[in-house]
Design a protein around this ligand. Structure first.
Ligand code: CTP
Length: 390
């Protein structure tokens, strides 16, 4: 997804520096070339070796360690497609705002001419300092994107605004900043994810192993492609788009019905339970004396089929989880459901699919076409699915 892109990650001396390791890992996993530049103080919080291993590149700190004829602050600034500074201290923010270039990171920032994103993190009183506020205003006015810090417990013991925003938010902002494809701009994409939960009594339920990760990856890719995203999910997640939390198949159907008419693309990545308990016990069921217990189940509506029957202009994409005869069953399912595309998923393998970070799928279309996507991270697969279907 990020291949052919060079991302310059600037790290300054704040406790949140350790969180950037995860950010670098995600950039790398999605194919980016990552160059890390640290202020000397950043190395009090995270080691050069860690950053070197994660970025699979040299980590730059000192300004005058000349290796090439071209000064590093110029070559690094020229080479990168985007620069993100996280965490950014009050000191570095203020220096960049004033054009001060007294270390490698601030020198690069001074020479940088493309999209720059800054994610500040500091004590709440520092964040509220009028000087810092003014410098933030100056940077914003110059087109630098500021990812505002969040409120909560701060490492210094204070409670207030100053905590580095989530790594997901920084990752999404960089992808958006790279503007790698805004093909879904103006489109509404509704995605379902997670396994539905069908109650038996107040303490027990029927569900399945779906982790929701494929749906999250699709939602995040659709957002990065410029879409208005609605994620209808049974899982807990915080994300920069609308989330509708549901539990059962019936809840999911109701939430979908509310979003359907105004949507352009609907992706049913959720693992919907085919059956629910006929009568949910209002009280915890007791063991009783019988050795056996029979639960009476009733069929849940086939949500996907129902949507396909009433569709007007929407592109509808289903998923298909199979443990055997993947293509054969998928072909039968796309006809039975009537959807535009079906993403066939082999759940018998434990290196892909349910719960795993990776996936390998086959995209079937209603005209009999088929496209196999090689094994890759779920975010790469999500991006490829969206590129292929719309
Ligand atoms: N689906 C749905 N409503 C259901 C069951 C499934 O909308 N009651 C959707 C799923 O979200 C998925 C697609 O239908 O997009 C296929 O789901 P899958 O579990 O593979 O197939 P089923 O239709 O449940 O058939 P079976 O379990 O017999 O394979």
């Amino acid at each position: 997804m990020l291949s052919n892109k060079t991302i310059l990650v600037g790290i300054t001396g704040g406790i949140a520096a350790y969180k950037i390791c995860e950010l670098i890992r995600r950039f790398k996993k999605n194919g980016a070339n990552v160059k890390v530049v640290c202020t000397p103080n950043a190395l009090n919080f995270v080691t050069k070796l860690t950053l070197q291993n994660l970025s699979q590149n040299e980590v730059y700190v000192e300004e005058f360690e000349v290796k090439e004829w071209k000064p590093e602050h110029i070559s690094l600034a020229d080479e990168a497609d985007i620069m993100v500074i996280a965490p950014a201290t009050a000191n570095t923010i203020s220096k960049i705002a004033c054009g001060i270039a007294d270390n490698l990171l601030t020198s690069i920032a001074c020479a940088f001419r493309k999209k720059m994103i800054i994610a500040p993190a500091m004590n709440c009183n520092m964040w509220n300092n009028p000087g810092v506020k003014e410098n933030i205003r100056v940077l914003k006015a110059r087109g630098v994107e500021i990812l505002e810090p969040e409120s909560g417990f701060l490492a210094c013991g204070y409670m207030g605004k100053g905590r580095l925003c989530g790594v997901d938010k920084i990752y999404d902002a960089v992808c958006e900043g790279l503007n790698y494809s805004q093909k879904l701009k103006g489109k509404k994409v509704v995605i379902t994810s997670g396994g539905t939960i069908e109650d038996i009594d107040p303490v027990r339920y029927i569900s399945n192993y779906s982790s929701g990760k494929m749906g999250f990856a699709l939602a995040s890719s659709a957002k990065q492609m410029g879409a208005e995203v609605v994620l209808i999910t049974t899982k807990e997640i915080e994300a920069p788009y609308k989330i509708v939390k549901v539990k059962s198949a019936l809840d999911m159907q109701k939430a979908l019905d509310e979003e359907f008419d105004s949507s352009d693309i609907v992706i049913m990545a959720a693992a919907v339970a085919d059956y629910r308990v006929k009568e949910v016990s209002p009280q915890k069921m007791k063991k009783g004396v019988n050795e056996e217990l029979t639960l009476e189940l009733v069929k849940n509506p086939d949500i996907l089929k129902g949507l396909c029957e009433k569709k007007t202009h929407q592109c509808i994409i289903g998923f298909c989880a199979e443990s055997e005869n993947l293509i054969e069953n998928a072909k039968e399912k796309i006809t039975k459901k009537g959807c535009d595309y079906l993403i066939a998923n082999d759940i018998s393998r434990n290196d892909i699919g349910f719960g795993s970070e990776d996936n390998e799928v086959v995209i079937l279309d209603k005209n009999g076409g088929m496209k196999r996507l090689e094994k890759a991270s779920k975010s790469v697969i999500a991006c490829q699915i969206l590129e292929a279907v719309y």
